[in-house]
Design a protein around this ligand. Sequence first.
Ligand code: BTN
Length: 254
Amino acid sequence: MSGRVPIEHWQANIEAVLLGLPGGLKRVMVLRETSSTQDAARGAGCIAGDVIVAWRQTHGRGRFGRRWEDTGEDGVAMTITLPAERVERLSIIGGLAAARAIELACAGVQANVGIKWPNDVLANGRKIAGVLIECAGGMALMGIGINVHQRSWPAELGDRATSLEQLGVATDRLNVMIDVLLHLQACLGMSDTWLAEEFARCDLLKDTDAAFRIGQREVRGRVLRVEAMLGLAVRDEAGVEHWLPAATTTIVKD
Ligand code: BTN
């Protein structure tokens, strides 16, 4: 489509950014089409620090086996491979990096960008990005999907999803990916305290009432706080406090 940076420019542009970064993100693999960048990362002999991005992703998946809408050539689909250490921390970092890139893109428009724990990024109450962390071969595969150019959604997502373009932002997927990588690398080097403060700034769940499922168990109550490195603290109707880990908790009602 006219006006968009062609795929042929992605590799060199992303590589140039990675080369300038102080941390461990170094190699990039650009795929014209893949079912899921998560699967591509498993199958491509990747090592920690590799970045896999797709021009088109056809069978993306979300947390808990949910489907991630086909990006077509409209969305960001990327996976970053990292050492599988402190996955709860990585989960928070993925959300922060995506949220910060979206906030930057939205600088000129009216958009309230925040994170619904653990790492759904919402803009004006609609989902604009999601993060999936999977562990394989001693690595954490951090999958990030961001809605950029989409203008319409399947009926079931219609009033729950949005894209940068729908918010009035004119940008390109390459810019968004680069901003994600810059913020990801910065966040990886930050202290837990900094990450917790940054998360608190974007936190959309604090002080809300919600119901959560952890395996077969359901907890309903008031969200007291998000401890970025531990999980979510919820006080149930009986006044009992629960810690809910990001990896195994879903929000069933809020
Ligand atoms: C969620 O919201 O549940 C997480 C969505 C994660 C989607 C991204 S797109 C790139 C990567 N590849 C996938 O198959 N999933 C993630």
